[in-house]
Design a binder for this molecule. Structure first.
Ligand code: FES
Ligand SMILES: [Fe+2]
Length: 210
């Protein structure tokens, strides 16, 4: 990101300048340069418990507005796919459902739960059809215990991206974890994302503000 130089030595590093938090240009630049390439949390695999389950989602709410769908096919394999029809861009799956395949409700193009195009009405005469570009664009899926992650534009292998977390937390029986909504709380923090990260990293606020 242009214009911000942070010393890697924390003893010499200074707080970022105000523009980083206030200027839309840097907010956009961070979205493109950091969030689009990073691995993002989807949820756990209970989102698609049974073979045939489809779960539409976006990563980070409206921050990365790319329509995606998580599926579990008949062979119990999980897939993370583009939720946009390869014909004219119609949104395919609008709500969580169970189905043997994905049918576009615009002109009826049919896809398997692995994203492969199966059939298309009125396309019998079309040459070299279907092509691989007619399949739904697949995204890489990384599974850590029950937790699922994907990335819009991979820059780093997941194993490397998560290495330090996995090294430190491999003793946790993540595959046994169960989401308990009644014990969960959501907090909406009206702040720049970086301020929240800084708060998390600066645990020395705890004896003062808590
Ligand atoms: S947009 Fe999906 S079949 Fe035409
Ligand atoms: Fe805190």
């Amino acid at each position: 990101m242009s214009g911000f130089i942070i010393d890697v030595d924390i003893a010499k590093a200074r707080t970022l300048s105000t523009e980083f938090y206030t200027h839309p240009r840097y907010f956009e630049e961070a979205r493109e340069k950091i969030f689009v390439h990073a691995w993002q949390f989807i949820g756990d695999e209970d989102l698609v418990k049974e073979p045939g389950s489809c779960f539409p989602f976006q990563l980070l709410g409206d921050h990365l507005p790319e329509p995606l769908v998580l599926t579990r096919d008949k062979q119990n394999r999980l897939h993370c796919l583009s939720n946009v029809c390869t014909h004219r861009g119609n949104l395919l799956v609008n709500e969580a459902c169970t189905s043997a395949n994905i049918r576009c409700k615009y002109h009826g193009r049919l896809f398997g739960l692995d994203g492969k195009m199966i059939s298309m009405p009125e396309f019998r005469e079309v040459k070299e059809f279907p092509a691989p570009t007619d399949d739904l664009h697949p995204l890489e899926l990384f599974q850590w215990g029950k937790l699922l992650f994907t990335t819009l534009e991979k820059e780093v292998e997941a194993k490397l991206f998560f290495k330090e977390m996995i090294d430190r937390l491999s003793w946790l029986p993540l595959h046994e974890f169960v989401f308990r909504p009644e014990l969960s709380k959501d907090y909406r923090v009206a702040a720049h994302w970086a301020l929240y990260c800084e708060n998390y990293l600066e645990g020395f606020h705890i004896p003062f503000v808590h």
